[in-house]
Design a protein around this ligand. Structure first.
Ligand code: AMP
Ligand code: MG
Length: 492
């Protein structure tokens, strides 16, 4: 059984106390032999937690779900969601529990939750557990996103359970501790709205607004204000994904946050060869969640959020729909307002406003990269070298592309004479290191076999993505030729 532990870990639980209808109190299922695999010390310190304590047997017991911190009433959160476009009225935390909320050193309220902590009333057919590989993957990709400056949930720790989980084969089990601005999702609103209890939706709006978008609380129509704030946050998020080549892979409405953080690192991957049609998930046959489709899918998900808010936007449905539609229509412009300057910065054109010809310059390079299957991340670093006067690498990268010389000439003309300054600025936005799929796979395979060295090394590399460092050359290389298509999986 789980024991209560005196530990200043969870200070509060406004979600459970304000929105009890959406929270089912539930205890984690203890595991036989918990062992700390990776602790995120920087995040622990940010939260005001003592890393040494987290490494102690008492700390590991909490991170494994074998002890519950005093003052915490863990809950499974209820939510619904559209998965690949099909609506499920009841998903919820099938294998996760919200321990509570911590106020960090900067006064920000953060959720602390366990993932893989046993079956809950929402588990349906699932075993409530998670495997070491996918949980370390969530930590790796989340830390990479964080280091790239992209809003994301983060892993505080991954603990091995000492038990096995049955997937296609038997795998070592793990529990991940996830830290998030909150776990409120579009699916949380869908669940509340489907209950027919408008007062509950109103309370959820107020809770979400206070937590994430406080400027909305006193706006004339908070439901509309919240929609606008979430549209803005998610437009910005997806624009940032597009700028680093991130494919989320399972953009269901239950995996779309109200905070605007990236959540749920299941079948995600970074593209290597630039291709808007890139899909990695084994089940995404139609390419619904393909790289280039992400803006459209997010707009669709936000429309599902808007539907839940309509009764609180206006009593007259036509008026409500018109107001919500007006806000949703702003999504594209908001995305462009982040993506277009972001793309100019990637290209070294970050000299204030867009100039005539800039979109064509970007579009033409992407077109060449697409046609040639060129490595997205590497090309932008090569381009910075070209700004420094060394075009050898980019010409080698795009070998055989007759148009590259004329493109480079146009681009040189545009960036002007101070190539060194342009290149330095480019290197602060174009990562040298991303969690490349073949490296992630290699590291997780080693970890699953008991060797954490490669995961620790990759974590260090992707946590410091912008400065090229000696000895890390192989981390910047694309997958070896002939590696085959990379495939990722849900339900891990
Ligand atoms: P995901 O694909 O991770 O977003 O999960 C979708 C839904 O399936 C959520 O309700 C999860 O809680 C649930 N789920 C996924 N894996 C498991 C599992 N092993 N046991 C119980 N529930 C699960
Ligand atoms: Mg999910």
């Amino acid at each position: 059984m789980t024991t209560a532990l005196a530990w200043p870990f969870v200070y509060d639980s406004t979600f459970a106390s304000e929105l009890g209808e959406l929270a089912v109190p539930w205890a984690p299922a203890p595991v036989s032999d918990p062992r700390l695999l990776v602790l995120n010390e920087a995040l622990a310190l940010e939260l005001g937690l003592d890393p040494d304590f987290l490494r102690s047997p008492e700390g590991v017991a909490v991170l494994a779900g074998n002890a519950v911190p005093e003052g915490s009433t863990p809950v499974a959160q209820a939510y619904a969601g559209h998965q690949f476009g099909g609506y499920s009225p009841r998903l919820g935390d099938g294998r996760a529990l919200l321990l509570g909320e911590v106020v960090d050193g900067q006064g920000r309220r953060r959720d602390v939750a366990l993932k893989g902590s046993g079956r809950t009333p929402f588990a349906r057919g699932g075993d409530g557990r998670a495997a070491v590989g996918p949980m370390l993957r969530e930590m790796l990709i989340g830390e990479a996103m964080h280091a790239l400056g992209i809003p994301t949930t983060r892993a505080l720790a991954v603990v091995a359970t000492g038990e096995q989980v049955a997937r296609e084969t038997l795998l070592p089990g793990a529990v991940l501790t996830r830290v998030a601005a909150s776990h409120l999702r579009v699916g949380t609103f869908q669940y509340a709205a489907a209950s027919g209890d408008t007062a509950l939706v109103a309370r959820l709006i107020d809770h979400a607004a206070r937590r994430h978008h406080p400027e909305v609380v006193d706006s004339p129509v908070p439901a509309l204000g919240l929609l606008e704030a979430v549209v803005a946050a998610q437009a910005s998020l997806v624009a940032q994904w597009m700028l680093v080549g991130f494919v989320h892979g399972v953009m269901n409405t239950d995996n779309t946050t109200i905070s605007g953080e990236t959540i749920d690192y299941g079948p995600c991957a970074f593209i290597d060869a630039y291709d808007p049609a890139a899909v990695f998930s084994s089940i995404d046959h139609g390419g619904r969640y393909a790289f280039g489709n992400q803006p459209a899918v997010m707009a669709w998900n936000l429309a599902r959020l808007a539907e839940t808010l309509l009764p609180l936007i206006d009593d007259d449905i036509d008026t409500a729909v018109e107001a919500a539609t007006g806000v949703l229509r702003g999504f594209g412009d908001r995305l462009g307002a982040v993506h277009e300057p972001g793309m100019r910065a990637k290209l070294g054109l970050d000299t204030g406003a867009e100039r005539p010809g800039d979109p064509e310059l970007a579009g033409d390079l992407l077109g060449l990269m697409h046609r040639e299957g060129t490595d997205f991340t590497g090309t932008f670093r090569d381009l910075a070298q070209a700004a420094r006067g060394d075009t050898e690498q980019i010409r080698a990268r795009l070998a055989g592309v007759a148009e590259i010389d004329s493109w480079l000439a146009r681009w040189r003309e545009r960036i002007g004479p101070d190539g060194e300054a342009v290149a330095s600025a480019m290197d602060t936005v174009n990562p040298q290191y991303i969690p490349r799929n073949h490296l992630v796979e290699e590291a997780l395979t080693a970890a699953t076999a008991g060797d954490l060295g490669p995961v620790e090394e990759l974590l260090r590399v992707v946590s410091d993505p912008f400065v090229a460092r000696p000895g890390r050359e192989r981390f910047a290389l694309p997958a070896p030729a002939g590696s085959g298509r990379y495939v990722t999986y849900c339900g891990t």
